[in-house]
Write a protein that binds this ligand. Structure first.
Ligand code: 6PG
Length: 260
């Protein structure tokens, strides 16, 4: 589903309201709320709106767990850090317990950070018994060749004008990852290491929310939502929740070439 908002402010407010609604619903129905946050510049307005009353007061923060879709291997206070973006715009402003903030610990190096983050995610999924029969943990399910039906309640994603999402870049080997939830990656032509969630993890979201703004995204957005599939060139096309909703929240500038 595509929802078009007139400008960046309206887009940010809409995204924040949807996140707050999803949080309240998840806690009401399952006792906890898990969100994966995107980096980049676009979601900053949504995070700030979510951190501002009255919306901020409607979110059950003590039962909210925060994850990230990807991270650059830079210190957490580096300007390029997705953790820093989330901290400044949201987490430092709301009463979310520190133990509910599941940072990708990139100071360990990309491979070690990816393994550690995967452990954090699997521990979170294992602790959830409400979604499946009592005592049957995620690992038990996997041993039986079964899969958990959900991991995140909301996965917020951005889209690059090259068609990437999270740190799933065109032509990357991580696009073919079928088992691991987290992979170490590099952006082609960029020496910086990164860690990203893979399709198998992102597609376990109950709701994926792309937030896309600006005229530099117009052509790519139209291609991604168009009829031709080319996953290795347009990795964002690989996002298709197994059992969930896919929402594209876009501003009017980015939506200009969409056929309606
Ligand atoms: C990141 C992201 C990345 C981002 C897109 C869009 O860490 O940069 O998670 O996938 O969402 O590159 O970025 P902008 O919002 O800055 O256009």
């Amino acid at each position: 589903m595509v929802r078009i908002e007139p400008d960046y402010e309206a887009l940010s407010r809409a995204a924040a309201s949807l996140i707050a609604e999803a949080a309240a619903e998840a806690v009401r129905e399952r006792g906890r709320f898990a969100i994966a946050l995107a980096g980049g510049s676009t979601p900053r307005g949504a995070y700030e709106s979510l951190a501002t009353p009255p919306l901020a007061e409607s979110v059950p923060w003590s039962r909210t767990h925060v994850f990230w879709g990807d991270e650059r291997c830079v210190p957490p206070d580096d300007a390029r850090s997705n953790y820093r973006l989330a901290w400044e715009s949201l987490l430092s402003r709301v009463p979310v317990p520190a133990e509910n903030v599941h940072r990708i610990q990139v100071e360990r190096g990309a491979e070690a950070a990816a393994l550690d983050y995967e452990r954090q995610l699997r521990a979170y999924a294992d602790a959830d018994s409400s979604d499946r029969p009592a005592k049957q943990t995620l690992r038990a399910h996997e041993r039986q060749g079964d899969r958990p039906s959900h991991l995140f309640d909301v996965a917020v994603l951005g889209m690059g004008s090259d068609g990437h999402t999270a740190s799933l870049f065109p032509g990357s080997a991580a696009l073919h990852e079928a088992r691991r939830w987290v992979a170490p990656v590099r952006k082609p032509g960029d020496a910086l290491e990164r860690v990203t969630l893979t399709y198998p993890a992102l597609n376990l979201a109950r709701r994926v929310m792309f937030i896309v703004a600006g005229a530099d995204k117009t052509a790519t957005l139209a291609e991604i939502l168009g009829p031709r599939r080319d996953l290795s060139r347009l990795p964002a096309q690989g996002i298709a929740p197994n059992d969930g909703e896919l929402l594209w929240l876009v501003d009017a500038a980015a939506a200009k070439m969409l056929v309606r």
